[in-house]
Design a protein around this ligand. Structure first.
Ligand SMILES: *Cc1c(COP(=O)(O)O)cnc(C)c1O
Length: 455
């Protein structure tokens, strides 16, 4: 038997529909609210920045949403993504646990994000949109949307968090290669960016600020829409191809997970893998443990409050009920840029409140340690974000060893780390610090949460 068994489905087993977890939940998630009136959002409120097809997906309660043919045709390039049994890692850990991972790094941009970028570009093209504006943290989302824009002939403008813009020149170059324009955020191009720079000319930027800039541009020009790479219901919906494939692949392997793990920044790759398993858990009364892993420096699910908040710093986005550290919270710099967001997907937050999923926070050096162990056993260098999932998978496997029980663990390897080797360099040089967020700053930021009468 080979060391790693790759469970492959044939191309025509790519799911034909996306799975909507809302249909299986005992209670629907609270609605998004208009930032001005505090009233539940209507489709017209979102129409200036999103195409109607995506607005429909944002609020649908249908269990299945058809994947358009042209989107499935593009998925074919890398989907179904492989599911691996990490036999060599199991040996290194000397664990009775079985560890499986779904590998999303096989997409052209190197992560799960093209699963939604392609869908979003498709619907915007159908709606006659010429240009998409967006934000990016580490650059994964920006390069994914740039890739999708290139395929559909849509111009892409990316506001990239300044600290990452400076740290990750190759992601920027990748976006340019796909034909997108990328500027450091906060920028002088938008009112939101200028307001931040006036207060702090050296602002390192944040996802919240970059979102404000991108939304502002989309809201003020008719041929431009906005695209978000995580958090929103339609984004999570598109990612469910991951979990649906994993269910089928595990079935081929004659297995079912006791534990399902994903790293969570805005929550999309976690949701993509986990939601189909959450659905089965609800429908069949299973005990599957489902764990979202977040950075200890930005612990939204484990330390945030569940409240209505803005998605961005300038308060341009709708109010959504989610676990949040407050829209003005500035997480300390750490290497998993894709996990540096103050909020969490409302649907993931809702599941946490319903007790259907758990959350865990981990420090970055422990994550890199697990990431290096994984790379040396399995050959794939995980993205810094993905090392959070690896860490908890390793912890759970070691717990199995301690307890002398075998469990089946499934985690999402959301992307490869080929553009993040500077972070690994820092790890090897002993330069990574496990910084905690500032408790006083968190308190101050939470004190600024909007007061919502409806709550
Ligand atoms: C963006 C990103 C994440 C975090 O985003 P989610 O929406 O929480 O999935 C995780 N892993 C990788 C590789 C990413 O690029």
């Amino acid at each position: 038997m080979s060391d790693s068994i790759k469970y492959l489905l044939s191309e025509d087993r790519i799911p034909k529909t996306w799975y909507n977890v809302v249909a299986d939940l005992p209670a629907p998630p609270p609605p998004g609210l208009h930032p001005g009136t505090g009233q539940p959002l209507g489709p017209d409120d979102l129409a200036p920045i999103f195409p109607m097809a995506l607005i429909g997906q944002e609020v649908t309660t249908d269990k299945e949403v058809e994947i358009p043919g042209p989107v499935r045709d593009i998925y074919r390039q890398w989907r179904p993504s492989p599911l691996f049994r990490a036999r060599r890692l199991e040996q290194v850990l000397d664990t009775p646990a079985k560890i499986y991972y779904k590998y999303e790094g096989v997409s052209p941009a190197g992560s799960h994000k093209p699963n939604t970028a392609v869908a979003q570009a498709f619907y915007n093209k159908e709606a006659g949109i010429k240009k998409l504006s967006t934000e990016t943290g580490a650059g994964q989302w920006g390069s994914s949307l740039a890739f999708a824009g290139a395929l559909f002939g849509i111009e892409v403008k990316v506001y990239m968090v300044k600290v990452s813009f400076n740290q990750k020149p190759y992601r920027r170059a990748l976006m340019q290669t796909y034909g997108a324009t990328c500027v450091a955020s906060p920028s002088m191009e938008t009112a939101s960016g200028r307001a931040i720079l006036e207060q702090d000319p050296n602002s390192p930027g944040s996802l919240g600020i970059a979102i404000s800039e991108a939304v502002e541009v989309a809201a003020t020009s008719a041929d431009t829409n906005y695209a978000l790479g995580s958090v929103l219901n339609h984004v999570l919906l598109h990612q469910t191809v991951i979990g649906q494939e994993a269910l089928e692949q595990l079935d081929m392997a004659g297995d079912y997970p006791d534990i399902v793990i994903g790293c969570a920044g805005g929550g999309s790759n976690f949701a993509g893998l986990a939601f189909p398993f959450v659905g089965k858990k609800v429908r069949e009364g299973l005990k599957t443990q489902i764990i979202a892993v977040e950075p200890a420096a930005c612990p939204t699910l484990t330390r945030g409050v569940y409240a209505y908040d803005f998605g961005d710093t300038a308060h341009l986005t709708p109010l959504v009920k989610m676990h949040t550290l407050g829209a003005s919270f500035m997480p300390p710099g750490f290497h998993a840029g894709g996990l540096r967001y103050h909020g969490m997907a409302p649907l993931v937050s809702h599941l946490k409140e319903l007790g259907l999923i758990d959350a865990r926070a981990v420090h970055q050096t422990a994550c890199f340690e697990a990431g290096v162990k994984f790379a040396r056993a399995e050959g794939i260098v995980p993205a810094p974000e993905s090392t959070h999932a690896v860490r908890v998978a390793v912890d759970e496997a070691l717990k199995c060893k301690e307890e002398g029980v075998s469990r089946t663990i499934l985690f999402n390897l959301s992307g490869h780390g080929h553009f993040d080797m500077a972070a690994y360099d820092d790890y090897f040089a002993g330069k990574l610090e496990d910084r905690d967020y500032d408790e006083a700053a968190l308190k101050a930021s939470l004190a600024e949460l909007p007061q919502i009468a409806a709550e």
